[in-house]
Write a protein that binds this ligand. Structure first.
Ligand SMILES: NC(=O)CC[C@H](N)C(=O)O
Length: 370
């Protein structure tokens, strides 16, 4: 394997071996603490613009299959791992992780001391990084243009430029409530969670207007997860507000942030984000704490929240940040974490159940939730 380097905005350089397509890559360097689920992570659209460091030391050991992809593409900019396993063992495995990276045109580095990299990110905050074949010169490392790309500010729109060509609205017939899934870069597991409960689901792009959605006569709306800074969608907030003030709405991750912004809340960037499979979240209504899968760099803040009509329903037990909101007047529930899991625990799947129950009741439907 060829030598390769991770150069960080802080001036630190890590040496490892190039994997995947062995091309140069750049992005915001983040870390994920999940012990399994690398296939779901690399295919989760929310990582667009980011280089993901896997904290778990061995990656690739159970290979890659055709059922666990969260989207049809690998959306992240690169990956960083400790040890790459090239001899996977799993009854579903069809190819190796390295092969998957190559086919998708994604580069990465193996043999990196991920523990010290993660400690650095925790101390310095999320940093920009370049995966390169030659160690960069000091003057390059110190030059502003090298670090100028605003990965997170532009990742949503860059992701959609790539996606639009192959993405059409789709309809999936079920025998339950009709849900419009507003696609901001949705994970397949969100669609599956709704379909498994019998819903009919229409997937529409994030730019679909209230009038267009109204004509579809949905029973409810789910606004999905997605990449980048939620403020990149400022131009669409009015429509999200109109849609959610008429139809029962569930917002997940980016969808949660967008609904909060639409009603006048603010968002900020976390120092190093929440990405992993065991983030404890307290449901303030029941007092129960759930383990949740998470993947986000931005959060809704308490500032202005009173004026929005939203009440906090869930908080993060580690840093007390906002994890869920419910509107006091409109039927809107939003959550910062991922009830659809994949990867991670499905303890909060009950939120889909609650949402669908609400649609059934408001639509006066004769339908049993599975
Ligand atoms: N998973 C998501 O939807 C992430 C939302 C947003 N891009 C963030 O990083 O905070």
């Amino acid at each position: 394997m060829k030598k390769g380097f991770l150069a960080l905005e802080t001036g630190h350089i890590f040496e490892g071996q190039l994997i995947g397509t062995e091309k140069e890559a750049a992005g915001e360097v983040v870390f994920n603490t999940s012990m399994t689920g690398y296939q779901e992570i690399v295919t989760d659209p929310s990582y667009a613009g980011q280089i993901v460091t896997f904290c778990y030391p061995l990656i690739g050991n159970y290979g890659v299959n055709h059922v666990d992809n969260e989207s049809t593409k690998l959306n992240l900019s690169g990956i960083i791992i400790g040890e790459l396993c090239e001899t996977p063992s799993h009854h579903l495995s069809e190819t190796s992780f390295n092969e998957q990276l190559k086919l998708a045109g994604i580069s990465g580095l193996a043999g990196i001391d991920t523990r010290s990299l993660v400690k650095l990110i925790r101390a310095e905050g999320t940093v920009k990084g370049h995966i390169v074949a030659e160690p960069p010169q000091t003057d390059e490392l110190n030059s502003k243009p090298y670090w100028q790309t605003p990965f997170m500010e532009k990742s949503f729109h860059t992701f959609w430029v790539d996606k639009v060509a192959g993405n059409k609205s789709a309809f999936y017939q079920g025998n339950g409530p009709h849900v419009v899934l507003v696609d901001c870069g949705y994970k397949k597991s969100i669609l599956d969670a709704l379909l498994n409960k019998g819903c009919s689901v229409r997937v529409v792009p994030y730019s679909t207007t209230f009038d267009e959605i109204n004509k579809m006569k949905p029973d409810g709306i789910v606004i999905s997860n997605g990449p980048g800074d939620p403020l990149a969608l400022s131009g669409y907030l009015n429509e999200f507000k109109k849609i959610s003030s008429v139809f029962p709405t569930l917002g997940i991750c980016l969808g949660h942030q967008l609904l909060a912004l639409a009603y006048g809340a603010t968002t900020k960037k976390l120092k190093f984000g929440h990405r992993g499979g065991n983030h404890p979240v307290k449901d303030l209504v029941t007092g129960k704490v759930y383990m949740t899968p998470q993947n986000h760099g931005y959060v809704v803040t308490n500032e202005n929240l009173k004026k929005t009509g939203f009440d906090v329903t869930h908080i993060n037990v580690n840093d007390r940040s906002i994890e869920g909101l419910k509107h006091s007047f409109y039927p809107i529930q939003t959550i910062q974490f991922h009830p659809e899991s994949h990867p991670g625990p499905s303890d909060t799947e009950y939120l889909f159940q609650q949402f669908i129950q609400q649609l059934v009741q408001s639509g006066d439907m004769n339908y049993a939730i599975t």
